[in-house]
Ligand binder design. Structure first.
Ligand code: N2P
Length: 387
Protein backbone atom coordinates (compact mmCIF):
# COMPACT_ATOMS: atom_id res chain seq x y z
CA UNK A 1 0.00 0.00 0.00
CA UNK A 2 2.62 2.46 1.20
CA UNK A 3 4.97 1.61 -1.64
CA UNK A 4 2.24 2.16 -4.17
CA UNK A 5 1.32 5.49 -2.66
CA UNK A 6 4.91 6.73 -2.71
CA UNK A 7 5.34 5.50 -6.23
CA UNK A 8 2.26 7.31 -7.55
CA UNK A 9 3.23 10.46 -5.67
CA UNK A 10 6.70 10.39 -7.22
CA UNK A 11 5.24 9.70 -10.62
CA UNK A 12 2.87 12.66 -10.46
CA UNK A 13 5.77 14.89 -9.39
CA UNK A 14 7.73 13.88 -12.49
CA UNK A 15 4.74 14.43 -14.72
CA UNK A 16 4.13 17.86 -13.22
CA UNK A 17 7.79 18.85 -13.56
CA UNK A 18 7.66 18.07 -17.27
CA UNK A 19 4.84 20.54 -17.96
CA UNK A 20 4.92 24.08 -19.34
CA UNK A 21 8.37 24.24 -20.96
CA UNK A 22 9.76 27.49 -22.32
CA UNK A 23 6.42 29.18 -22.65
CA UNK A 24 5.53 32.61 -21.43
CA UNK A 25 4.97 32.65 -17.75
CA UNK A 26 1.36 31.98 -17.09
CA UNK A 27 -0.63 32.23 -13.98
CA UNK A 28 -0.43 28.91 -12.28
CA UNK A 29 -3.25 27.77 -10.11
CA UNK A 30 -1.99 26.85 -6.65
CA UNK A 31 -1.55 23.15 -6.33
CA UNK A 32 -4.32 21.59 -4.30
CA UNK A 33 -3.17 20.69 -0.84
CA UNK A 34 -3.44 16.96 -0.50
CA UNK A 35 -2.94 15.68 2.96
CA UNK A 36 -1.08 12.39 2.96
CA UNK A 37 -2.75 9.50 4.74
CA UNK A 38 -1.24 8.74 8.11
CA UNK A 39 1.33 6.35 6.81
CA UNK A 40 3.70 4.00 8.57
CA UNK A 41 7.23 5.42 8.74
CA UNK A 42 9.39 4.35 5.82
CA UNK A 43 11.57 1.36 6.66
CA UNK A 44 15.08 2.77 6.60
CA UNK A 45 16.77 -0.35 7.97
CA UNK A 46 19.50 -2.01 6.00
CA UNK A 47 17.93 -4.78 3.94
CA UNK A 48 19.08 -7.62 6.17
CA UNK A 49 17.31 -10.02 8.53
CA UNK A 50 18.96 -12.58 10.79
CA UNK A 51 16.81 -15.56 11.79
CA UNK A 52 17.65 -18.36 14.22
CA UNK A 53 15.23 -21.30 14.06
CA UNK A 54 15.14 -25.02 14.78
CA UNK A 55 16.70 -27.25 12.12
CA UNK A 56 14.34 -28.82 9.58
CA UNK A 57 11.48 -26.47 10.22
CA UNK A 58 11.09 -24.27 7.15
CA UNK A 59 9.81 -25.27 3.72
CA UNK A 60 12.28 -25.17 0.88
CA UNK A 61 12.11 -21.88 -1.01
CA UNK A 62 10.21 -19.88 1.61
CA UNK A 63 13.17 -17.66 2.45
CA UNK A 64 13.94 -17.11 -1.23
CA UNK A 65 10.35 -16.02 -1.84
CA UNK A 66 10.53 -13.50 1.00
CA UNK A 67 13.88 -12.16 -0.22
CA UNK A 68 12.61 -11.76 -3.75
CA UNK A 69 9.47 -9.99 -2.64
CA UNK A 70 11.12 -7.60 -0.19
CA UNK A 71 14.74 -7.28 -1.29
CA UNK A 72 15.70 -8.18 2.29
CA UNK A 73 18.63 -10.58 2.52
CA UNK A 74 17.97 -13.27 5.11
CA UNK A 75 20.71 -15.02 7.06
CA UNK A 76 19.09 -18.18 8.33
CA UNK A 77 20.86 -20.23 11.02
CA UNK A 78 19.56 -23.25 12.90
CA UNK A 79 19.83 -24.75 16.36
CA UNK A 80 18.88 -28.17 17.78
CA UNK A 81 17.87 -27.45 21.37
CA UNK A 82 16.18 -24.78 23.44
CA UNK A 83 19.27 -24.75 25.64
CA UNK A 84 21.48 -23.72 22.71
CA UNK A 85 19.20 -20.83 21.78
CA UNK A 86 18.77 -19.77 25.40
CA UNK A 87 22.52 -19.59 25.99
CA UNK A 88 22.89 -17.27 22.97
CA UNK A 89 20.10 -14.98 24.16
CA UNK A 90 21.43 -14.79 27.70
CA UNK A 91 24.93 -13.97 26.44
CA UNK A 92 23.43 -11.04 24.47
CA UNK A 93 24.45 -9.55 21.12
CA UNK A 94 23.39 -12.73 19.41
CA UNK A 95 23.01 -10.79 16.17
CA UNK A 96 19.65 -12.47 15.60
CA UNK A 97 16.49 -10.50 14.95
CA UNK A 98 14.01 -13.38 15.00
CA UNK A 99 14.36 -16.42 17.25
CA UNK A 100 11.97 -19.35 17.72
CA UNK A 101 12.05 -20.61 21.31
CA UNK A 102 9.75 -23.30 22.59
CA UNK A 103 7.14 -21.76 24.88
CA UNK A 104 8.73 -23.51 27.88
CA UNK A 105 11.78 -21.27 27.36
CA UNK A 106 9.98 -18.27 25.90
CA UNK A 107 8.32 -17.55 29.23
CA UNK A 108 11.55 -17.00 31.21
CA UNK A 109 13.01 -15.19 28.19
CA UNK A 110 10.12 -12.71 28.24
CA UNK A 111 10.42 -12.31 32.00
CA UNK A 112 14.17 -11.84 31.67
CA UNK A 113 13.71 -9.01 29.15
CA UNK A 114 15.39 -10.91 26.32
CA UNK A 115 12.52 -10.45 23.84
CA UNK A 116 10.79 -7.27 22.74
CA UNK A 117 7.07 -6.55 22.52
CA UNK A 118 5.70 -6.85 19.01
CA UNK A 119 4.24 -3.88 17.15
CA UNK A 120 0.98 -5.57 16.20
CA UNK A 121 0.08 -2.78 13.76
CA UNK A 122 2.84 -4.18 11.55
CA UNK A 123 1.44 -7.72 11.64
CA UNK A 124 -2.07 -7.60 10.17
CA UNK A 125 -1.97 -11.34 9.51
CA UNK A 126 -2.10 -12.01 13.25
CA UNK A 127 -5.82 -12.30 12.63
CA UNK A 128 -5.14 -15.60 10.83
CA UNK A 129 -4.11 -17.30 14.06
CA UNK A 130 -6.28 -19.72 15.98
CA UNK A 131 -7.93 -17.80 18.82
CA UNK A 132 -8.03 -20.66 21.38
CA UNK A 133 -4.31 -21.37 20.85
CA UNK A 134 -3.49 -17.70 21.30
CA UNK A 135 -5.64 -17.59 24.43
CA UNK A 136 -3.72 -20.57 25.84
CA UNK A 137 -0.39 -18.90 25.09
CA UNK A 138 -1.61 -15.69 26.71
CA UNK A 139 -2.79 -17.50 29.82
CA UNK A 140 0.30 -19.62 30.34
CA UNK A 141 3.25 -17.96 28.68
CA UNK A 142 2.85 -14.51 27.17
CA UNK A 143 0.26 -12.23 28.80
CA UNK A 144 -1.85 -10.41 26.18
CA UNK A 145 0.16 -12.16 23.42
CA UNK A 146 2.63 -9.31 23.46
CA UNK A 147 5.77 -11.12 22.33
CA UNK A 148 5.12 -14.47 20.70
CA UNK A 149 3.70 -15.71 17.42
CA UNK A 150 3.39 -19.48 16.93
CA UNK A 151 5.59 -21.04 14.28
CA UNK A 152 4.19 -24.54 14.73
CA UNK A 153 3.28 -26.95 17.44
CA UNK A 154 3.82 -30.66 17.86
CA UNK A 155 4.71 -33.18 20.51
CA UNK A 156 7.57 -35.15 21.95
CA UNK A 157 6.90 -38.83 21.59
CA UNK A 158 8.29 -42.22 20.63
CA UNK A 159 9.21 -42.95 17.02
CA UNK A 160 9.96 -46.42 15.75
CA UNK A 161 11.22 -48.28 12.76
CA UNK A 162 8.35 -50.74 12.96
CA UNK A 163 10.07 -53.38 10.92
CA UNK A 164 13.28 -53.40 12.96
CA UNK A 165 11.52 -53.11 16.30
CA UNK A 166 9.30 -56.11 15.55
CA UNK A 167 12.39 -58.11 14.67
CA UNK A 168 14.35 -57.05 17.77
CA UNK A 169 11.42 -57.71 20.11
CA UNK A 170 10.90 -61.20 18.70
CA UNK A 171 8.16 -62.92 20.68
CA UNK A 172 7.69 -59.99 23.06
CA UNK A 173 4.59 -58.11 21.92
CA UNK A 174 4.54 -54.34 21.58
CA UNK A 175 3.79 -52.72 24.95
CA UNK A 176 0.52 -50.94 25.44
CA UNK A 177 2.34 -47.81 26.54
CA UNK A 178 4.89 -46.82 23.88
CA UNK A 179 7.05 -45.04 26.50
CA UNK A 180 7.98 -48.54 27.77
CA UNK A 181 10.01 -48.99 24.58
CA UNK A 182 12.48 -46.31 25.67
CA UNK A 183 12.22 -46.50 29.48
CA UNK A 184 11.58 -50.12 30.51
CA UNK A 185 14.59 -52.46 30.69
CA UNK A 186 12.48 -55.40 29.50
CA UNK A 187 12.20 -53.62 26.13
CA UNK A 188 15.36 -51.52 25.98
CA UNK A 189 17.53 -54.58 26.57
CA UNK A 190 16.14 -56.04 23.35
CA UNK A 191 15.96 -52.83 21.32
CA UNK A 192 19.53 -51.76 22.04
CA UNK A 193 20.59 -54.14 19.28
CA UNK A 194 18.92 -51.98 16.63
CA UNK A 195 19.64 -48.64 18.32
CA UNK A 196 17.88 -46.46 20.88
CA UNK A 197 18.20 -42.68 20.43
CA UNK A 198 17.22 -39.91 22.86
CA UNK A 199 17.02 -36.23 22.02
CA UNK A 200 20.10 -34.58 23.49
CA UNK A 201 18.54 -32.03 25.83
CA UNK A 202 17.77 -32.03 29.56
CA UNK A 203 14.46 -30.22 29.07
CA UNK A 204 13.31 -32.79 26.52
CA UNK A 205 14.28 -35.97 28.37
CA UNK A 206 13.68 -35.18 32.05
CA UNK A 207 10.04 -34.04 31.49
CA UNK A 208 9.11 -37.21 29.58
CA UNK A 209 10.89 -39.31 32.21
CA UNK A 210 8.94 -37.48 34.95
CA UNK A 211 5.72 -38.12 33.08
CA UNK A 212 6.61 -41.81 32.75
CA UNK A 213 7.14 -42.24 36.49
CA UNK A 214 3.82 -40.52 37.21
CA UNK A 215 5.21 -37.14 38.25
CA UNK A 216 4.30 -33.73 36.88
CA UNK A 217 6.32 -33.38 33.66
CA UNK A 218 6.93 -29.74 34.58
CA UNK A 219 7.86 -30.30 38.21
CA UNK A 220 10.26 -27.65 39.50
CA UNK A 221 11.34 -29.89 42.38
CA UNK A 222 14.91 -31.27 42.05
CA UNK A 223 13.91 -34.23 44.25
CA UNK A 224 11.69 -35.34 41.36
CA UNK A 225 14.63 -35.09 38.94
CA UNK A 226 16.48 -37.55 41.16
CA UNK A 227 13.57 -39.98 40.86
CA UNK A 228 13.58 -39.51 37.08
CA UNK A 229 17.30 -40.15 36.75
CA UNK A 230 17.05 -43.19 39.04
CA UNK A 231 14.63 -44.65 36.50
CA UNK A 232 16.77 -43.51 33.56
CA UNK A 233 19.93 -45.00 35.05
CA UNK A 234 18.44 -48.47 34.61
CA UNK A 235 18.30 -48.09 30.83
CA UNK A 236 21.36 -45.88 30.34
CA UNK A 237 23.55 -48.69 29.01
CA UNK A 238 20.96 -49.47 26.35
CA UNK A 239 20.86 -45.94 24.89
CA UNK A 240 23.10 -45.76 21.82
CA UNK A 241 22.76 -42.14 20.72
CA UNK A 242 22.04 -38.74 22.22
CA UNK A 243 20.97 -37.27 18.97
CA UNK A 244 20.87 -33.86 17.38
CA UNK A 245 20.29 -35.34 13.92
CA UNK A 246 17.24 -37.43 14.66
CA UNK A 247 15.71 -37.46 11.18
CA UNK A 248 18.91 -38.88 9.68
CA UNK A 249 19.43 -41.28 12.57
CA UNK A 250 15.99 -42.83 12.20
CA UNK A 251 15.74 -42.67 8.41
CA UNK A 252 19.35 -43.79 7.95
CA UNK A 253 18.94 -46.83 10.23
CA UNK A 254 21.21 -45.79 13.12
CA UNK A 255 18.25 -45.91 15.50
CA UNK A 256 15.16 -48.13 15.47
CA UNK A 257 13.46 -46.40 18.40
CA UNK A 258 13.71 -42.82 19.53
CA UNK A 259 12.42 -40.14 21.83
CA UNK A 260 11.82 -37.48 19.22
CA UNK A 261 9.47 -34.84 17.85
CA UNK A 262 6.32 -35.87 16.02
CA UNK A 263 7.03 -33.96 12.80
CA UNK A 264 10.66 -35.00 12.56
CA UNK A 265 9.64 -38.64 12.98
CA UNK A 266 7.07 -38.17 10.22
CA UNK A 267 9.72 -36.58 7.99
CA UNK A 268 11.89 -39.67 8.58
CA UNK A 269 8.88 -41.85 7.72
CA UNK A 270 8.31 -39.95 4.47
CA UNK A 271 11.99 -40.20 3.62
CA UNK A 272 11.93 -43.98 4.08
CA UNK A 273 9.02 -44.14 1.62
CA UNK A 274 10.85 -41.89 -0.86
CA UNK A 275 13.94 -44.06 -0.60
CA UNK A 276 11.79 -47.13 -1.24
CA UNK A 277 13.00 -48.61 2.04
CA UNK A 278 11.21 -51.78 3.08
CA UNK A 279 11.23 -50.49 6.66
CA UNK A 280 8.20 -48.62 7.91
CA UNK A 281 8.75 -45.72 10.29
CA UNK A 282 6.01 -44.55 12.59
CA UNK A 283 5.35 -41.79 15.11
CA UNK A 284 3.49 -43.36 18.04
CA UNK A 285 0.75 -42.04 20.31
CA UNK A 286 1.64 -43.41 23.78
CA UNK A 287 -1.41 -44.50 25.78
CA UNK A 288 -0.49 -42.20 28.68
CA UNK A 289 -0.12 -39.19 26.38
CA UNK A 290 2.75 -37.31 24.75
CA UNK A 291 4.20 -33.88 25.60
CA UNK A 292 2.90 -30.97 23.54
CA UNK A 293 5.22 -28.12 22.56
CA UNK A 294 4.62 -24.74 20.98
CA UNK A 295 7.49 -23.11 19.12
CA UNK A 296 7.10 -19.37 18.88
CA UNK A 297 8.65 -16.57 16.85
CA UNK A 298 9.88 -13.57 18.79
CA UNK A 299 12.03 -10.51 18.14
CA UNK A 300 15.14 -10.22 20.30
CA UNK A 301 15.47 -7.22 22.61
CA UNK A 302 18.61 -6.04 20.81
CA UNK A 303 17.44 -6.81 17.25
CA UNK A 304 19.04 -4.48 14.70
CA UNK A 305 16.34 -5.08 12.10
CA UNK A 306 13.01 -5.00 13.93
CA UNK A 307 11.06 -3.66 10.94
CA UNK A 308 12.33 -6.43 8.70
CA UNK A 309 11.54 -8.89 11.49
CA UNK A 310 7.94 -7.69 11.64
CA UNK A 311 7.72 -7.95 7.84
CA UNK A 312 8.90 -11.56 7.97
CA UNK A 313 6.53 -12.50 10.78
CA UNK A 314 3.62 -11.09 8.79
CA UNK A 315 4.82 -12.91 5.67
CA UNK A 316 5.03 -16.21 7.56
CA UNK A 317 1.51 -15.67 8.89
CA UNK A 318 -0.01 -15.65 5.42
CA UNK A 319 -2.39 -18.59 5.29
CA UNK A 320 -0.61 -20.17 2.32
CA UNK A 321 2.79 -20.04 4.03
CA UNK A 322 1.46 -21.62 7.21
CA UNK A 323 -0.11 -24.40 5.14
CA UNK A 324 3.16 -24.90 3.28
CA UNK A 325 4.94 -25.43 6.60
CA UNK A 326 2.45 -28.12 7.64
CA UNK A 327 2.55 -29.76 4.23
CA UNK A 328 6.32 -29.96 4.05
CA UNK A 329 7.47 -30.18 7.67
CA UNK A 330 4.66 -32.38 9.06
CA UNK A 331 3.86 -30.12 12.00
CA UNK A 332 0.38 -28.74 12.71
CA UNK A 333 -0.01 -25.02 12.23
CA UNK A 334 -1.67 -22.64 14.67
CA UNK A 335 -2.76 -20.61 11.66
CA UNK A 336 -6.47 -21.20 11.37
CA UNK A 337 -6.76 -19.55 7.98
CA UNK A 338 -4.06 -21.88 6.65
CA UNK A 339 -5.65 -25.14 7.79
CA UNK A 340 -8.03 -25.49 4.80
CA UNK A 341 -4.98 -25.42 2.51
CA UNK A 342 -3.26 -28.31 4.27
CA UNK A 343 -3.14 -31.42 2.08
CA UNK A 344 -5.71 -34.06 3.10
CA UNK A 345 -3.03 -36.69 3.76
CA UNK A 346 -1.33 -34.34 6.27
CA UNK A 347 -4.52 -32.97 7.83
CA UNK A 348 -5.81 -36.54 8.13
CA UNK A 349 -2.63 -37.97 9.65
CA UNK A 350 -3.52 -38.58 13.28
CA UNK A 351 0.11 -38.30 14.35
CA UNK A 352 0.33 -34.77 12.91
CA UNK A 353 -3.06 -33.21 13.54
CA UNK A 354 -4.05 -35.41 16.48
CA UNK A 355 -7.70 -36.17 17.08
CA UNK A 356 -9.58 -34.49 19.90
CA UNK A 357 -9.74 -37.53 22.16
CA UNK A 358 -5.97 -38.03 22.03
CA UNK A 359 -5.34 -34.31 22.31
CA UNK A 360 -7.24 -34.37 25.60
CA UNK A 361 -4.74 -36.91 26.94
CA UNK A 362 -1.66 -34.94 26.00
CA UNK A 363 0.45 -32.98 28.45
CA UNK A 364 0.39 -29.25 27.77
CA UNK A 365 3.62 -27.27 28.13
CA UNK A 366 4.46 -25.28 31.23
CA UNK A 367 7.82 -23.87 32.26
CA UNK A 368 10.72 -24.11 34.70
CA UNK A 369 12.44 -21.61 36.93
CA UNK A 370 16.08 -20.85 36.12
CA UNK A 371 17.14 -22.78 39.22
CA UNK A 372 15.03 -25.79 38.22
CA UNK A 373 16.55 -25.79 34.74
CA UNK A 374 20.01 -25.76 36.21
CA UNK A 375 19.22 -28.66 38.54
CA UNK A 376 17.67 -30.51 35.62
CA UNK A 377 20.75 -29.98 33.46
CA UNK A 378 22.97 -31.36 36.24
CA UNK A 379 20.74 -34.39 36.72
CA UNK A 380 20.65 -35.03 32.97
CA UNK A 381 24.40 -34.67 32.53
CA UNK A 382 25.21 -37.14 35.27
CA UNK A 383 22.68 -39.57 33.79
CA UNK A 384 24.34 -39.19 30.40
CA UNK A 385 27.84 -39.74 31.79
CA UNK A 386 26.91 -42.72 33.93
CA UNK A 387 27.17 -45.52 31.46
C1 N2P B 1 12.42 -29.06 14.28
C2 N2P B 1 11.37 -29.37 15.23
C3 N2P B 1 11.46 -28.63 16.47
C4 N2P B 1 10.56 -29.20 17.43
N1 N2P B 1 12.45 -29.92 13.18
C5 N2P B 1 10.94 -29.04 18.85
N2 N2P B 1 10.70 -27.82 19.38
Amino acid sequence: MMKKYLWSFALSAIVLAGCGKKEEPVAVAPAPVVSAPAAAPVNTEEKVLNIYNWADYIPEGMIATFEKETGIKVNYDTFETNEALHAKLVAGNSGYDIVVPGSVFAKPQIEGGLLQALDKSKIPNLSNLDAPIMATLAAKTDPANKHLVPWAWGFTTVGINKTKVAKALGKTPMPENAWDLVFKPEYTSKLKSCGIAYLDSPTEIIPVALHYIGKDAYSNDPADYKLATDMLAKVRKDVRIFSSTMIDDIAGGKACVAIGWSGDINIAAARAVENKSKDEIESLLPSTGALIFFDTMAITKDAKHPNNAHAFIDFYLRAENAALMSNEMNYPTANKAGVPMVKPEIAGNKTIFVEADYFAKMIPPSSFSNEAREAMANAYNSFKKGK
